[in-house]
Ligand binder design. Structure first.
Ligand code: 1GP
Length: 244
């Protein structure tokens, strides 16, 4: 079995599905058959074991890789292809950096399939997003600040992923560019507010992995097209695959 980190090193496009939102069978079929590299199942609130398991079962009708982003320890469902563990860089609230993680490890540390786990280092940058309020993220960010976050992830923490998160609105691509310039090993995930081809291409030119979420629920057919738009776009600069 390939370890999750190696699989994620080839992800250019992923969809994020929220177990706490309703998705029609048709929309689910469109996104699962669109050719994306993975489906991430996760969200900020209302996440339960049951709604996560039910969504996994529906996605399993299709052949697409499906991973869970863990935000609630009691909602971890066995049977996913992997587990993404978020940690927030731009907060001073230790719970969101490592506090909840240590609690979880004390309870379940012996049971964790480490080959299937991938850490995501988040910078949460849309102050209107639920996740920003929940984690008390310090959302103001300059290019200089982003370069510091990126160097923290790349050189000090040696984490596999820096996730630039604008959930709900399209973000500042200059910050993605700034982060990418200093990350040779850590992958840059970008997610937030992608609704058009132009936005999709702009993100795909700068990020290693583009995440599309909300558009699935408003315009599923267009969401499906974002896969093709990303895959037709080459990332600017060094094209080497990052896999730390
Ligand atoms: C959310 O980054 C993802 O965690 C995608 O954002 O829902 O705004 O597409 P959107």
């Amino acid at each position: 079995m390939t370890i999750l980190r190696e699989r994620a090193a080839r992800w250019r496009h992923v969809f994020k599905l929220d177990p706490n939102r309703t998705i029609s069978d048709l929309a689910l079929k469109l996104v699962c058959n669109a050719g994306t590299d993975a489906i991430i199942v996760g969200g900020t609130d209302g996440i339960t074991f049951k709604n996560t398991r039910d969504l996994l079962h529906r996605v399993r009708e299709y052949g697409v890789l499906c991973v869970q982003e863990v935000s609630e320890i009691n909602a971890v469902v066995p049977g996913f292809d992997g587990y993404l563990i978020p940690t927030v860089i731009n907060t001073k609230e230790a719970r969101w950096i490592h506090g909840a993680h240590v609690d979880a490890l004390r309870r379940y540390g012996d049971l964790i399939p480490w080959d299937k786990v991938l850490l995501l280092g988040y910078t949460v940058l849309n102050p209107e997003a639920k996740v920003a309020r929940l984690t008390q993220a310090e959302t103001a960010c300059t290019e200089e600040q982003m370069v510091a976050y990126a160097r923290l992830v790349e050189h000090l923490f040696c984490w596999p992923v820096l996730y630039i998160e604008y959930s709900g609105r399209f973000g500042d691509m200059a910050l993605v560019d700034a982060a990418q310039r200093v990350c040779r090993k850590s992958r840059i995930f970008y997610g937030g507010g992608i609704t058009t081809k132009e936005q999709t291409v702009a993100a795909a030119e700068l990020a290693d992995t583009v995440v599309v979420g909300n558009l699935i629920y408003t315009h599923a057919e267009r969401a499906a097209k974002t896969v093709k738009w990303v895959k037709e776009t080459n990332r600017k600069g060094d094209q080497r695959v990052k896999n730390r």
